[in-house]
Design a protein around this ligand. Structure first.
Ligand code: GLN
Length: 541
C-alpha cells in the first residue's frame, strides 16, 4: 500500500515547507522505505519556466527536461535521487489537462465541473507519481498557505483522498510561530487560526511542525495541543537552524518519523539519520574559508536582497567546499554595479573565485562581461554557468580574438560577430511565440576533450548534464576562437554543439553551456565545482 503525506503551510510562506518535505522524505528513505515527493504550485503558469526568478525563485530543471520549482531540487538533494516530471504540477497544468480531455470527449458528455473534476485530475497525478516510483510513501507539498483562495482545490484533493482511504493519508501542517521583538514571547494564535482555516476545508492536521526562531516550549506545546486538537507528542518543535541539512537531525530528535509511522500504524524499521550527523560534523569542523562572489542580477526586491534565484548554485558551492573541508563565504555582486562604476571590477580581486550563473536578457550583461574580463586577466578562478559561459565567449571574442562588438544575438541581433547565436530550432519557437517549455531542456550528452581541465575533473570522457537555453556558441566562429586560444573541451556528440569552454594559462577558467549545479548533492558534490573551489582555495583571499 502506498501512503500519502500532505504537507501544507500555515501563517505565511517561506518558512521552509520545502526543506521540511525534503527532510521527512529523507528520514523515511533512510529507514528503508521507497519515498518520492511531489510539489504542487498553485499558479496558472503551466510550468515554472515562465515565472520571474525574483518572485518565484530558481527554475529547477529535471533530467527529463521539466522546468519546475526549486523545491524539486531540495527533494533531489535530500533524497539523493532524481525526481522526474510527473512529480510537479501547477494549477495551469491541471486545468490544461482537464480542458484538453473535455475537448477530446473524454468525459462522456458529462458537465465538466471544477469540483470534482479538477481535484480528481490532481489525485490521478499524485497516484501516478507514486506508482511510477513504486513508492511506499509519497509526500505532497502544497504551495502557498492555508486560507488562500489559490490552493483550495489541492487541499480538496487531499481531503478526497483521505475519505477514500483514511488509513493511507495524513496531513502535516508547517506553521509559523512569531516571537515579536517587543513582546519577547512566542505566540501561538496565528497557528491556531491556521488550523481552524484548515478545519474549514474539512481537514484536521495530524502533525504540526512548529517553525519559529526558537524551540517550542512545554506551555506552548500544551496550548497548541488543546486549541488545535492534536496530541502534544505530534506537535514538533522546529526552530531555525544555521544549516538546512541539520533539519533531518532535529526532526529525528523530536521523533517525527516515529510519529508519522505511528499515524499509519506501521512499526518502525531501523533508525537512520547518521549520514546527516556525519555531514554536519564535517561541516562544523571545517574552519578554513573560501570566499566566492556571484555576479548576477536576480537579487533585489525593493530594499531586500534575495538569493533564491540561485539556490542550486549556492548549494553546489557548499557541497564542493565541505567535501574539501572548507567553509564557503558567499557574496552577491550586482552586475549593474560594474556598468555604472567600471573601476568596481577591482573589488573582484578580494574574492578567491567568481561565478557568473545563468540568466536571460540584457540587464547587467555588460557588467558581467566587464567582470569576466577582469577575472580572466587577473587569473581569478572563474566558473561560468550557461549565460556565464556564453558571455565569457563574447568577452574572449571581443578582447582576445579582436572581434570588435562581438555579442550574442539574444542581445544584439545585428552584431558583426554573432559568436553566440540562436539555435536553429529555437528560431521558429521565438518567431511563433512558442515560449513555454520550448528551450533545449534536460539531460544531454557531452564528450570531453583530451588533456582538458574538464576531463581531469570528471575523470571520464563522456558525461551527461542538464540544460536550459535557446542560444549556443556559433560554430562558424569556432576556428577563429580556437586559434586565439579558446579551448573547446566539451561537445555534444549528436549536434556538435559546444558544451564547455576553457582557457589555458589560467588557474581555472571554465564555462559550461549546461547547469552542473542542478546535479550537485550533499553526498555527491559536482566534480566541476570541486575543481573550481580547489583552485579558488589556492588563491590568497
Ligand atoms: N539566455 C541564454 C540562452 O537562452 C542563457 C540561458 C541560461 O543561462 N540558462 O541561451
Amino acid at each position: 500500500m502506498t501512503r500519502y503525506i500532505f504537507v501544507v503551510g500555515g501563517v505565511m510562506s517561506g518558512i521552509g515547507k520545502g526543506i521540511a518535505t525534503a527532510s521527512i522524505s529523507s528520514l523515511l528513505s533512510e529507514r528503508g522505505y521507497n519515498v518520492t515527493a511531489i510539489k504542487i504550485d498553485p499558479y496558472i503558469n503551466v510550468d515554472a519556466g515562465t515565472m520571474n526568478p525574483v518572485e518565484h525563485g530558481e527554475v529547477f530543471v529535471t533530467e527529463d527536461g521539466l522546468e519546475s520549482d526549486q523545491d524539486i531540487g531540495h527533494y533531489e538533494r535530500f533524497l539523493h535521487k532524481n525526481i522526474y516530471r510527473q512529480n510537479y504540477m501547477t494549477t495551469g497544468l491541471v486545468y490544461k489537462t482537464v480542458i484538453e480531455n473535455e475537448r477530446a470527449l473524454k468525459y462522456d458528455g458529462k458537465c465538466v465541473e471544477v469540483v470534482p473534476h479538477i481535484p480528481e485530475e490532481v489525485i490521478r497525478r499524485i497516484k501516478l507519481a507514486g506508482k511510477k516510483s513504486q513508492a511506499d510513501f509519497v509526500l505532497i507539498e502544497i504551495g502557498g498557505t492555508v486560507g488562500e483562495y489559490q490552493n483550495i482545490l489541492f487541499l480538496e484533493a487531499g481531503r478526497m483522498m483521505r475519505i477514500q482511504n483514511p488509513e493511507s493519508v495524513i496531513f502535516v501542517l508547517v506553521s509559523y510561530l512569531p516571537v515579536p521583538g517587543n513582546l519577547g514571547e512566542m505566540k501561538t494564535k496565528p497557528t491556531q487560526y491556521s488550523v481552524r482555516t484548515l478545519n474549514s476545508a474539512g481537514i484536521q492536521p495530524d502533525i504540526i511542525l512548529a517553525r519559529s526562531e526558537l524551540p517550542l516550549d512545554e506551555p506552548r506545546k500544551k496550548k497548541l495541543s488543546i486549541f488545535c486538537n492534536i496530541p502534544p507528542e505530534n506537535i514538533i518543535s522546529a526552530p531555525d537552524v544555521k544549516n538546512i541539512y541539520e533539519v533531518p537531525i532535529n526532526f529525528e530528535k523530536e521523533q517525527l518519523t516515529l510519529r508519522i509511522l505511528k499515524k499509519f500504524n506501521i512499526r518502525a524499521k531501523k533508525n537512520g539519520h547518521s549520514r546527516w550527523t556525519q555531514l554536519i560534523k564535517k561541516i562544523n569542523s571545517s574552519k578554513k574559508t573560501v570566499k566566492i562572489g556571484i555576479v548576477g542580477k536576480y537579487f533585489d526586491t525593493g530594499k531586500f536582497t534575495l538569493s533564491d534565484s540561485y539556490i542550486s548554485v549556492i548549494e553546489a558551492i557548499k557541497h564542493a567546499s565541505w567535501s574539501l573541508k572548507l567553509k564557503p563565504e558567499l557574496e552577491w555582486l550586482n552586475a549593474k554595479d560594474f556598468e555604472t562604476n567600471p573601476s568596481a571590477t577591482k573589488l573582484l580581486s578580494k574574492y578567491q573565485g567568481i561565478i557568473v550563473p545563468g540568466g536571460f536578457g540584457s540587464r547587467g550583461v555588460e557588467g558581467k562581461i566587464k567582470a569576466i574580463h577582469y577575472v580572466r586577466e587577473h587569473k581569478i578562478p572563474y566558473l561560468g554557468l550557461c549565460y556565464g559561459m556564453q558571455l565569457a565567449t563574447v568577452e574572449f571574442a571581443r578582447n582576445v580574438a579582436k572581434m570588435r562588438n562581438a555579442h550574442t544575438t539574444e542581445i544584439n541581433p545585428r552584431t558583426p560577430y554573432p559568436v553566440i547565436d540562436v539555435m536553429p530550432e529555437q528560431k521558429s519557437n521565438i518567431e511563433g511565440e512558442n515560449m513555454g517549455g520550448s528551450m533545449r531542456l534536460g539531460a544531454y550528452r557531452c564528450r570531453l576533450a583530451k588533456n582538458s581541465l574538464a576531463i581531469r575533473a570528471y575523470g571520464k570522457n563522456l558525461i551527461s548534464e542538464r540544460h536550459r537555453h535557446r542560444y549556443e556558441v556559433n560554430n562558424n566562429f569556432k576556428e577563429k576562437l580556437e586559434k586565439a586560444g579558446l579551448v573547446i573541451s566539451g561537445t555534444n556528440p549528436e549536434k556538435n554543439l559546444v558544451e564547455i569552454i576553457e582557457i589555458k594559462n589560467h588557474p581555472f577558467f571554465v564555462g559550461t553551456q549546461f547547469h552542473p549545479e542542478l546535479k550537485s548533492r550533499p553526498f555527491e558534490p559536482h566534480p566541476l565545482f570541486v575543481e573550481f573551489i580547489k583552485s579558488a582555495s589556492k588563491k590568497k583571499g
